[in-house]
Design a protein around this ligand. Structure first.
Ligand code: TXA
Ligand code: MG
Length: 315
């Protein structure tokens, strides 16, 4: 795939929004770091992000919105969230809140959690793309896993050229580190990631933050981003690499192994990733036990297997 790099202006913003609307990925600047954006409401587009980032697991993503009104459509507001949005949005603050029942954002973006991370970016280009697109985009930092977050278009090009159709170039990111992440679905704010907005600035509004940046061994605080125990796992016991179902099982198929539901009848791993969490939820409701067909351990299959393996061996 050829990657175009376009200077951010009204025309290129329109092209970016059209590409996103059609399910493609676009790298674009925010005031913190460059993000790799996808239409938040398109499960397949969201799955492509994990493919391009080459993550061996699904980490939840941040949905970017224009402001509190747009956020209200996606998540359950709390007094704490309102206060923080009023003080710091648009800006380098991401809030983790409970998803609304009818939240249109892809389940894969939440990696199966009941929560969604949201942020209203301040960067003009990101805001212009959001306006044109007319709905949220999700955007992790535009680097392959384990590499530094990019703060210039040329960093993104070094990392992702050939993998995405467009990079919008708007020079260096003003802040240069990722947003601060606060869990705000309860009464007290919990710091999940230190970032571009200082803890002191937040505490001036909310009082002391609870430190949630500790690892998963700390049982008293909600788990830090990506920690496995906080992720959705089905209630039903899971059996992997199944060829057929036992009498008391439902079968989640893949490719030729048809099943009661099928992650991707044509055996496409991107489609399977896009369907994973909604299929698991539905299978969990329908069956007391779930058998899952073998998923090849390549590309997005690794992340799918990572999640299935964890769900199968819960403590
Ligand atoms: O500044 C930023 O936040 C940049 C720009 C592009 O907006 N984005 C960014 O995204 O840093 P990413 O995907 O690289 O980092 C998002 C972090 C991850 O550590 C993820 O685990 C956490 O946010 N996260 C996302 N959703 C979450 C949730 N529901 N609960 C807890 N943590 C969550
Ligand atoms: Mg990142």
């Amino acid at each position: 795939m050829e990657t175009q790099i376009l200077q951010a202006d009204a025309k290129s913003v329109e092209i970016a929004a059209a590409l996103l609307g059609a399910g493609h990925l676009v790298a674009l600047p925010t005031e913190t770091v460059y993000g790799l954006a996808a239409d938040a409401c398109n499960e397949i587009a969201v799955a492509k992000i994990f493919d391009v980032k080459q993550r061996p697991e699904f980490n939840p993503l941040i949905a970017h919105v224009t402001g509190p009104e747009a956020a209200r459509e996606l998540v359950e507001m709390t007094p704490l969230a309102k206060e923080l949005m009023a003080a710091f949005w648009p800006g380098a603050l991401t809030l983790v809140l409970q998803r609304k029942e009818n939240c249109p954002v892809a389940k894969l973006a939440s990696a199966g959690l009941s929560t969604l991370a949201i942020r209203a970016p301040k960067g003009e280009t990101a805001r212009a793309v959001l306006q044109k697109l007319g709905r949220p985009f999700v955007a992790p930092s535009a680097n392959p896993s384990g590499r530094l977050s990019p703060t210039k278009a040329c960093h993104v090009a070094d990392l992702l050229a050939g993998k995405i159709p467009l990079i919008l170039d708007d020079g260096s990111c003003r802040i240069g580190v990722e947003s601060t992440i606060i869990r705000a679905d309860g009464e007290r704010p919990i710091l999940l990631r230190a970032g571009g907005l200082s803890v002191e600035d937040i505490e001036a509004i909310t009082g002391p933050l609870i430190d949630g940046t500790a690892t998963k061994s700390d049982k008293d605080v909600p788990h830090a981003p990506g920690a496995l125990a906080s992720h959705y796992a089905p209630q039903a016991p899971l059996r992997l690499n199944a060829i057929s179902a036992q009498p008391d099982e439902g079968l989640l198929g893949f490719g030729d192994i048809e099943g009661d539901m099928n992650l991707s009848p044509k055996g496409d791993l991107t489609e399977a990733a896009a369907n994973l969490f909604s299929c698991l939820h539905e299978m969990d409701q329908r069956f007391a036990k779930i058998a899952v067909a073998r998923i090849p351990e390549v590309h997005l299959g690794r992340a799918i297997n990572d999640r299935l393996t964890r769900a199968a061996h819960k403590d």
